[in-house]
Design a protein around this ligand. Structure first.
Ligand SMILES: [Zn+2]
Length: 318
Protein backbone atom coordinates (compact mmCIF):
# COMPACT_ATOMS: atom_id res chain seq x y z
CA UNK A 1 0.00 0.00 0.00
CA UNK A 2 1.03 3.64 -0.29
CA UNK A 3 1.88 5.20 3.05
CA UNK A 4 -0.83 5.65 5.68
CA UNK A 5 -1.62 9.29 4.95
CA UNK A 6 -1.90 8.74 1.20
CA UNK A 7 -4.19 5.78 1.90
CA UNK A 8 -6.24 7.87 4.36
CA UNK A 9 -6.66 10.58 1.70
CA UNK A 10 -7.74 7.94 -0.86
CA UNK A 11 -10.29 6.54 1.63
CA UNK A 12 -11.59 9.98 2.61
CA UNK A 13 -11.96 11.02 -1.02
CA UNK A 14 -13.98 7.88 -1.82
CA UNK A 15 -16.09 8.30 1.32
CA UNK A 16 -16.97 11.87 0.41
CA UNK A 17 -17.93 10.80 -3.08
CA UNK A 18 -20.00 7.94 -1.63
CA UNK A 19 -21.90 10.30 0.69
CA UNK A 20 -22.64 12.70 -2.15
CA UNK A 21 -23.68 9.76 -4.29
CA UNK A 22 -26.15 8.64 -1.61
CA UNK A 23 -27.75 12.07 -1.63
CA UNK A 24 -28.09 11.99 -5.42
CA UNK A 25 -29.42 8.42 -5.37
CA UNK A 26 -32.00 9.32 -2.71
CA UNK A 27 -33.13 12.22 -4.87
CA UNK A 28 -33.42 10.01 -7.98
CA UNK A 29 -35.19 7.30 -5.99
CA UNK A 30 -37.76 9.79 -4.69
CA UNK A 31 -38.43 11.15 -8.19
CA UNK A 32 -38.69 7.67 -9.62
CA UNK A 33 -41.09 6.51 -6.92
CA UNK A 34 -43.50 9.35 -7.63
CA UNK A 35 -43.27 8.52 -11.33
CA UNK A 36 -44.07 4.82 -10.83
CA UNK A 37 -46.85 5.93 -8.46
CA UNK A 38 -48.45 7.84 -11.32
CA UNK A 39 -48.11 4.76 -13.55
CA UNK A 40 -49.64 2.45 -10.96
CA UNK A 41 -53.16 2.40 -12.46
CA UNK A 42 -51.70 1.43 -15.87
CA UNK A 43 -49.71 -1.38 -14.29
CA UNK A 44 -52.84 -2.58 -12.49
CA UNK A 45 -54.79 -2.50 -15.76
CA UNK A 46 -52.07 -4.53 -17.48
CA UNK A 47 -52.07 -7.06 -14.64
CA UNK A 48 -55.87 -7.36 -14.80
CA UNK A 49 -55.76 -7.82 -18.58
CA UNK A 50 -53.12 -10.55 -18.31
CA UNK A 51 -55.40 -12.47 -15.95
CA UNK A 52 -58.23 -12.65 -18.51
CA UNK A 53 -59.14 -16.22 -19.42
CA UNK A 54 -57.67 -17.71 -22.61
CA UNK A 55 -55.59 -14.64 -23.39
CA UNK A 56 -52.35 -15.44 -25.24
CA UNK A 57 -49.08 -13.50 -24.97
CA UNK A 58 -49.33 -12.37 -28.56
CA UNK A 59 -52.82 -10.98 -27.85
CA UNK A 60 -51.36 -9.21 -24.84
CA UNK A 61 -48.54 -7.88 -27.02
CA UNK A 62 -51.05 -6.49 -29.54
CA UNK A 63 -53.43 -5.07 -26.95
CA UNK A 64 -54.34 -1.39 -26.84
CA UNK A 65 -53.82 -1.35 -23.09
CA UNK A 66 -50.18 -2.38 -23.45
CA UNK A 67 -49.63 0.12 -26.22
CA UNK A 68 -51.09 2.89 -24.03
CA UNK A 69 -49.04 1.80 -21.03
CA UNK A 70 -45.79 1.83 -23.02
CA UNK A 71 -46.53 5.23 -24.56
CA UNK A 72 -47.33 6.68 -21.15
CA UNK A 73 -44.26 5.05 -19.61
CA UNK A 74 -41.99 6.43 -22.30
CA UNK A 75 -43.29 9.93 -21.67
CA UNK A 76 -42.85 9.60 -17.89
CA UNK A 77 -39.33 8.21 -18.35
CA UNK A 78 -38.43 11.13 -20.58
CA UNK A 79 -39.55 13.49 -17.81
CA UNK A 80 -37.44 11.47 -15.40
CA UNK A 81 -34.45 11.76 -17.74
CA UNK A 82 -34.62 15.55 -17.43
CA UNK A 83 -34.23 15.12 -13.68
CA UNK A 84 -31.28 12.79 -14.33
CA UNK A 85 -29.69 15.41 -16.59
CA UNK A 86 -30.07 18.14 -13.95
CA UNK A 87 -28.68 15.90 -11.21
CA UNK A 88 -25.81 14.90 -13.47
CA UNK A 89 -24.67 18.48 -13.84
CA UNK A 90 -24.70 18.99 -10.08
CA UNK A 91 -22.87 15.70 -9.57
CA UNK A 92 -20.29 16.56 -12.20
CA UNK A 93 -19.45 20.02 -10.83
CA UNK A 94 -19.10 18.73 -7.29
CA UNK A 95 -17.00 15.76 -8.42
CA UNK A 96 -14.60 18.06 -10.27
CA UNK A 97 -14.00 19.99 -7.04
CA UNK A 98 -13.52 16.77 -5.08
CA UNK A 99 -11.11 15.34 -7.65
CA UNK A 100 -8.98 18.49 -7.65
CA UNK A 101 -9.00 18.60 -3.82
CA UNK A 102 -7.88 15.00 -3.67
CA UNK A 103 -5.06 15.64 -6.16
CA UNK A 104 -3.92 18.68 -4.15
CA UNK A 105 -3.84 16.63 -0.94
CA UNK A 106 -1.88 13.83 -2.58
CA UNK A 107 0.59 16.32 -4.09
CA UNK A 108 1.08 17.91 -0.68
CA UNK A 109 1.71 14.49 0.86
CA UNK A 110 4.50 13.68 -1.60
CA UNK A 111 6.10 17.03 -0.83
CA UNK A 112 5.41 18.74 -4.14
CA UNK A 113 5.13 22.54 -3.98
CA UNK A 114 2.27 22.41 -6.41
CA UNK A 115 0.35 24.74 -8.64
CA UNK A 116 -3.21 25.10 -7.38
CA UNK A 117 -5.64 23.53 -9.82
CA UNK A 118 -7.39 25.84 -12.22
CA UNK A 119 -10.95 24.57 -11.58
CA UNK A 120 -12.48 26.59 -14.41
CA UNK A 121 -10.08 25.09 -16.96
CA UNK A 122 -10.86 21.62 -15.60
CA UNK A 123 -14.61 22.22 -15.78
CA UNK A 124 -14.29 23.15 -19.43
CA UNK A 125 -12.20 20.11 -20.32
CA UNK A 126 -14.26 17.64 -18.26
CA UNK A 127 -17.73 18.82 -19.27
CA UNK A 128 -19.07 15.33 -19.94
CA UNK A 129 -22.76 16.19 -19.61
CA UNK A 130 -22.31 18.39 -22.68
CA UNK A 131 -21.06 15.59 -24.94
CA UNK A 132 -23.24 14.01 -27.61
CA UNK A 133 -22.74 10.56 -26.01
CA UNK A 134 -24.24 11.72 -22.71
CA UNK A 135 -27.00 13.74 -24.34
CA UNK A 136 -27.87 10.71 -26.47
CA UNK A 137 -28.43 8.59 -23.37
CA UNK A 138 -30.65 11.23 -21.81
CA UNK A 139 -32.68 11.77 -24.98
CA UNK A 140 -33.17 8.04 -25.57
CA UNK A 141 -33.84 7.15 -21.97
CA UNK A 142 -37.59 6.54 -22.36
CA UNK A 143 -37.24 4.84 -25.74
CA UNK A 144 -34.49 2.56 -24.49
CA UNK A 145 -36.49 1.31 -21.50
CA UNK A 146 -39.67 0.85 -23.52
CA UNK A 147 -37.69 -1.26 -25.98
CA UNK A 148 -36.55 -3.39 -23.02
CA UNK A 149 -40.20 -4.11 -22.17
CA UNK A 150 -40.83 -5.11 -25.80
CA UNK A 151 -37.83 -7.43 -25.57
CA UNK A 152 -39.34 -9.02 -22.44
CA UNK A 153 -42.51 -9.76 -24.42
CA UNK A 154 -40.56 -11.17 -27.38
CA UNK A 155 -38.63 -13.45 -25.00
CA UNK A 156 -41.88 -14.52 -23.33
CA UNK A 157 -43.31 -15.49 -26.72
CA UNK A 158 -40.31 -17.63 -27.69
CA UNK A 159 -40.07 -19.19 -24.24
CA UNK A 160 -43.82 -19.88 -24.07
CA UNK A 161 -44.30 -17.93 -20.84
CA UNK A 162 -47.93 -17.21 -19.92
CA UNK A 163 -49.45 -13.70 -20.01
CA UNK A 164 -49.64 -13.37 -16.21
CA UNK A 165 -45.93 -14.05 -15.86
CA UNK A 166 -45.15 -11.77 -18.78
CA UNK A 167 -47.10 -8.88 -17.26
CA UNK A 168 -45.37 -9.49 -13.94
CA UNK A 169 -41.98 -9.28 -15.63
CA UNK A 170 -42.87 -5.98 -17.26
CA UNK A 171 -44.17 -4.48 -14.01
CA UNK A 172 -41.09 -5.77 -12.13
CA UNK A 173 -38.84 -4.26 -14.79
CA UNK A 174 -40.39 -0.81 -14.43
CA UNK A 175 -40.42 -1.08 -10.68
CA UNK A 176 -36.62 -0.79 -10.56
CA UNK A 177 -34.55 -1.04 -13.72
CA UNK A 178 -34.76 2.53 -15.11
CA UNK A 179 -33.97 3.83 -11.64
CA UNK A 180 -30.96 1.52 -11.27
CA UNK A 181 -29.85 2.73 -14.67
CA UNK A 182 -30.07 6.38 -13.52
CA UNK A 183 -28.21 5.66 -10.28
CA UNK A 184 -25.47 3.81 -12.10
CA UNK A 185 -25.14 6.53 -14.69
CA UNK A 186 -24.77 9.37 -12.17
CA UNK A 187 -22.44 7.31 -9.98
CA UNK A 188 -20.16 6.46 -12.88
CA UNK A 189 -20.30 10.05 -14.13
CA UNK A 190 -19.31 11.21 -10.65
CA UNK A 191 -16.34 8.86 -10.35
CA UNK A 192 -15.29 9.55 -13.93
CA UNK A 193 -15.44 13.35 -13.52
CA UNK A 194 -13.61 13.27 -10.20
CA UNK A 195 -10.87 11.14 -11.69
CA UNK A 196 -10.57 13.33 -14.80
CA UNK A 197 -10.20 16.31 -12.52
CA UNK A 198 -7.49 14.55 -10.52
CA UNK A 199 -5.60 13.74 -13.72
CA UNK A 200 -5.98 17.31 -15.00
CA UNK A 201 -4.57 18.63 -11.73
CA UNK A 202 -1.56 16.31 -12.04
CA UNK A 203 -1.04 17.44 -15.62
CA UNK A 204 -1.13 21.07 -14.48
CA UNK A 205 1.79 20.03 -12.24
CA UNK A 206 3.66 17.98 -14.83
CA UNK A 207 6.96 19.71 -14.07
CA UNK A 208 7.10 18.00 -10.65
CA UNK A 209 5.90 14.54 -11.60
CA UNK A 210 7.07 11.36 -13.33
CA UNK A 211 3.50 10.14 -13.79
CA UNK A 212 0.97 8.52 -11.48
CA UNK A 213 0.51 5.24 -9.63
CA UNK A 214 -2.66 3.11 -9.74
CA UNK A 215 -4.10 2.56 -6.25
CA UNK A 216 -6.96 0.09 -5.79
CA UNK A 217 -9.19 -0.11 -2.73
CA UNK A 218 -7.69 -3.30 -1.37
CA UNK A 219 -8.90 -5.43 0.26
CA UNK A 220 -12.32 -5.50 -1.41
CA UNK A 221 -11.27 -4.78 -5.02
CA UNK A 222 -11.90 -7.16 -7.91
CA UNK A 223 -8.94 -9.00 -9.46
CA UNK A 224 -8.76 -6.59 -12.40
CA UNK A 225 -8.13 -3.72 -9.99
CA UNK A 226 -5.78 -5.74 -7.78
CA UNK A 227 -3.66 -6.60 -10.83
CA UNK A 228 -3.38 -2.88 -11.68
CA UNK A 229 -2.57 -1.81 -8.11
CA UNK A 230 0.88 -0.23 -7.77
CA UNK A 231 1.52 0.06 -11.51
CA UNK A 232 3.16 3.23 -12.89
CA UNK A 233 1.61 5.28 -15.70
CA UNK A 234 2.54 8.41 -17.66
CA UNK A 235 0.55 11.63 -17.07
CA UNK A 236 -1.21 11.49 -20.43
CA UNK A 237 -2.71 8.11 -19.58
CA UNK A 238 -5.84 7.95 -17.39
CA UNK A 239 -7.04 5.38 -14.92
CA UNK A 240 -9.79 3.38 -16.60
CA UNK A 241 -11.46 0.96 -14.20
CA UNK A 242 -15.04 -0.28 -14.49
CA UNK A 243 -18.48 1.09 -13.56
CA UNK A 244 -18.61 1.95 -9.85
CA UNK A 245 -14.82 1.50 -9.77
CA UNK A 246 -13.04 2.63 -6.61
CA UNK A 247 -9.45 3.01 -7.78
CA UNK A 248 -7.55 6.31 -7.68
CA UNK A 249 -4.37 7.68 -9.25
CA UNK A 250 -1.75 9.07 -6.86
CA UNK A 251 1.16 11.24 -8.01
CA UNK A 252 4.47 9.56 -8.80
CA UNK A 253 7.50 11.66 -7.93
CA UNK A 254 9.84 8.77 -8.65
CA UNK A 255 10.68 8.54 -4.94
CA UNK A 256 7.74 6.70 -3.33
CA UNK A 257 7.16 2.96 -3.52
CA UNK A 258 3.79 1.22 -3.66
CA UNK A 259 3.68 -2.53 -3.17
CA UNK A 260 2.43 -4.23 -6.34
CA UNK A 261 -1.00 -5.85 -6.36
CA UNK A 262 0.66 -9.17 -7.14
CA UNK A 263 2.96 -8.95 -4.11
CA UNK A 264 0.01 -7.97 -1.93
CA UNK A 265 -2.01 -10.90 -3.28
CA UNK A 266 0.89 -13.31 -2.69
CA UNK A 267 0.97 -12.26 0.96
CA UNK A 268 -2.57 -13.66 1.48
CA UNK A 269 -3.45 -17.20 2.55
CA UNK A 270 -4.59 -19.78 -0.02
CA UNK A 271 -8.13 -19.56 1.36
CA UNK A 272 -8.22 -15.77 0.94
CA UNK A 273 -6.72 -15.98 -2.54
CA UNK A 274 -9.21 -18.60 -3.65
CA UNK A 275 -12.12 -16.58 -2.25
CA UNK A 276 -10.97 -13.51 -4.19
CA UNK A 277 -10.24 -15.21 -7.51
CA UNK A 278 -12.91 -17.88 -7.40
CA UNK A 279 -11.96 -21.56 -7.26
CA UNK A 280 -11.54 -22.08 -11.04
CA UNK A 281 -9.19 -19.15 -11.58
CA UNK A 282 -7.29 -19.90 -8.40
CA UNK A 283 -6.58 -23.44 -9.58
CA UNK A 284 -5.44 -22.22 -13.01
CA UNK A 285 -3.30 -19.55 -11.34
CA UNK A 286 -1.62 -22.14 -9.10
CA UNK A 287 -0.92 -24.23 -12.19
CA UNK A 288 0.78 -21.19 -13.76
CA UNK A 289 -1.70 -20.99 -16.63
CA UNK A 290 -1.75 -17.18 -16.80
CA UNK A 291 0.18 -14.09 -15.70
CA UNK A 292 -1.17 -11.90 -12.93
CA UNK A 293 -1.46 -8.93 -15.29
CA UNK A 294 -3.75 -11.02 -17.56
CA UNK A 295 -6.48 -10.73 -14.90
CA UNK A 296 -7.39 -7.31 -16.25
CA UNK A 297 -8.99 -6.88 -19.64
CA UNK A 298 -9.82 -3.63 -21.44
CA UNK A 299 -13.04 -3.08 -23.35
CA UNK A 300 -14.72 -0.08 -24.93
CA UNK A 301 -17.80 1.41 -23.34
CA UNK A 302 -19.79 3.63 -25.71
CA UNK A 303 -20.22 6.28 -23.02
CA UNK A 304 -16.96 6.26 -21.07
CA UNK A 305 -14.46 4.90 -23.60
CA UNK A 306 -11.76 2.44 -22.49
CA UNK A 307 -12.66 0.59 -19.31
CA UNK A 308 -11.31 -2.47 -17.55
CA UNK A 309 -12.93 -5.55 -16.17
CA UNK A 310 -11.81 -8.85 -14.69
CA UNK A 311 -10.97 -11.50 -17.29
CA UNK A 312 -13.14 -14.60 -17.32
CA UNK A 313 -11.64 -18.03 -16.66
CA UNK A 314 -12.14 -18.97 -20.32
CA UNK A 315 -10.24 -15.85 -21.45
CA UNK A 316 -7.41 -16.64 -19.07
CA UNK A 317 -6.84 -20.29 -19.99
CA UNK A 318 -7.55 -20.20 -23.73
ZN1 LIG B 1 -12.40 -3.67 -9.82
Amino acid sequence: MPDDLAKAAHDLFLRRLAVENRITSAHLLGSYRSLTGSLRSSFDALTALSEKRNLTVSELARSKQLERLLAKTEKELDNFSEIIAKQSEIVQDKAIEEGADFASTELKLVGVRFNHPDIRAIQISVDYTDTSAFKGIIENFGGYHVQSAKDIIATAMTEGINPVQTARRIVAYYDKMPMYDAVRLTRTLQLWSARKSTHETYRQNAEYLDGWIWVASIPGACMSCVSQHGTNHPLDEELNDHHNGRCTPIPNTGRQKVQSGEDWFNSLSDTEQSAMMGAGKFEAWQEGKFNFSDLSKTYTNPLFGDMRRESTLAELVN
